[in-house]
Write a protein that binds this ligand. Sequence first.
Ligand code: ADP
Length: 630
Amino acid sequence: MHKDTTGILRDFWGHDNFRGSQKEIIDTVLSGQDVLALMPTGGGKSICYQVPSLAMEGICIVVSPLVALIQDQVAQLKKRNIKAIALTGGIPPDELNNLLDNCIYGNYKFLYLSPERLQQTIVQERIQQMNVNLIAIDEAHCISQWGNDFRPAYLGCSILKEFVPNTPMIALTATATPRVVDDIVENLGLEQVNIFKDSFSRTNINFRVKHTEDKLYQLKKYMDKVSGSAIVYVRSRKMSVSLANFLIKNGISASFFHGGIPKSEKEEKLNLWLTGKVRTMVATNAFGMGVDKPDVRLVVHYQVPDSLESYFQEAGRAGRDGKPSTAIILTSNEDGDKAKQQFLSTLPDVAFVKTVYSKLNNYFQISYGELITEPLAFKFNEFCKRYEFNATMAFNALRILDQNSVLSLAENFKEKTTLQFVAPKSEIFDYLDKNRKTAPVIQTILRTYGGITEYETKINLYLLAQKTDVNEERLKHILQQLADDNIAEYHNNTSDLEITFLVPREDDHTINPFAKKIKDFNKVKQNNMAAMLGYISNKKVCRSIYLLNYFGEKTTEKCGTCDICTRKERVVSPYDLEKRIMELLDISPHTSRQLEKEIGANEKELLKTLERLLEDGLVSLNFRNEYIKK
Ligand code: ADP
């Protein structure tokens, strides 16, 4: 067997040297120990499990969350003449059987699958017959409910440890907050784990925050200033459409991307952007994991993200090729309040989750102690209306019930009915004239949804049925007719939800076991938002330092390019100086030299202030002669 790992790297990938912690990680895996690898996006995580698998007999099982990621990885390996198999959806049973056979007898080196696939009995049985040399859990933060991409099915990954007990496991992620790290280690059952963390520093990215009351103007300005591929992140589907239109109207090549676009269209849009035919993608965070384009020069956040974790991941899609790039947040005065309103006011507390659970049982007429095992069709809108629930908050409560295995929600829950009138106004009027019977319904739609002639708009069929006295089935028929007659574009993804209860009704007793988890979760969300807003309002600490400190890296090296570093020097008042010292010491201990460098203040002034703070007992010196806050 080829044990020379550098040789493998050179022969198969054409790279001369390992970078960061790759070599140490690979050596540790080869010595049979578990590893958790924390590396920034683009850091070269895949090499860390691919090289050791090639250096050993047997096959490496890779759990990965997205079909697109799996397909891309397998294609890359095949290109290098490495035998790899992807178990994606829609494989007929015969073929699945064959593929699994190949993994046992066919000298394959990699088997990629989703966590859901791993739960299939036939897959589990056959894995136990394979000569597994390594288990790799990619995007391992999906296992943590504190992460941004929690996938409950990831919790099932630990079963692999039982199937192949003496095989090392490597978990890989670019999300590195301590809480997520703890969750990964615990939930995967990693033993005496070796944690490797490469610096998350992205020195080629110029991080900026622009305070403005005219975001459109600033967006256009930055698009003109920075050439090359770009991503503009927004928070709503509607906004993705309208901003893309704005850019196109201003002569900038753009398209939009969000979770409600049909799959085939998504692929087409993604391809146009990946190949550079479309320069800008205006997207919600559905445009995320697996977007691996090396030459993105600009990432704009048009609205405030929910956490620095999300922000860093999204901004990190800029400059994967190492060339200078910009990541900018455009923010206006009202943004902070808006973001809090959007994210925090809809977090359900324990009492609310209990109420939703109890009403849900009443809705289905389930009595105490009873369990109905078959899936139940559920009209979510009707449910919210009947019990006067805020829809987002009720949805969040249902998600908590789902994540804690009280019930299971069918995946199509988030799908919606959308409509956009695409014909010119004159044609719409003609249509109304010619279709007298359906005209009142169409007019109600046009009156209810301002902007429906401009962008794809979510339609609430339940509400519309009440307004027009036409039942939902008939409404759908009318909308379909509009589409068939090329008057409107209509997408009907059933908005009804399917619920399967997993435990008998025991009211509060069902919720109590995870009540603390709900409280902690809400607290984390609040802290996340506070840190995000802190980053935006920060006027003193270098953006790069701020981000790295947040991710637990104690660095004081200024980037020299962000909006803070490049701000014109100004005279610092003694009061400001004191405040800035305390802010910096809040983050980590600093020597007077470091403080001087950070603040850019006059040395004499700084030392005088530090002396006063020492005398007042507000700071002290540690054994390394660093100032610390008391
Ligand atoms: P990640 O999954 O961490 O985002 P990838 O594994 O996709 O990153 O690697 C990003 C890019 O860096 C790939 O093109 C990969 O071939 C390249 N790469 C990885 N390791 C090295 C290395 N040691 N030397 C040069 N390039 C590398």
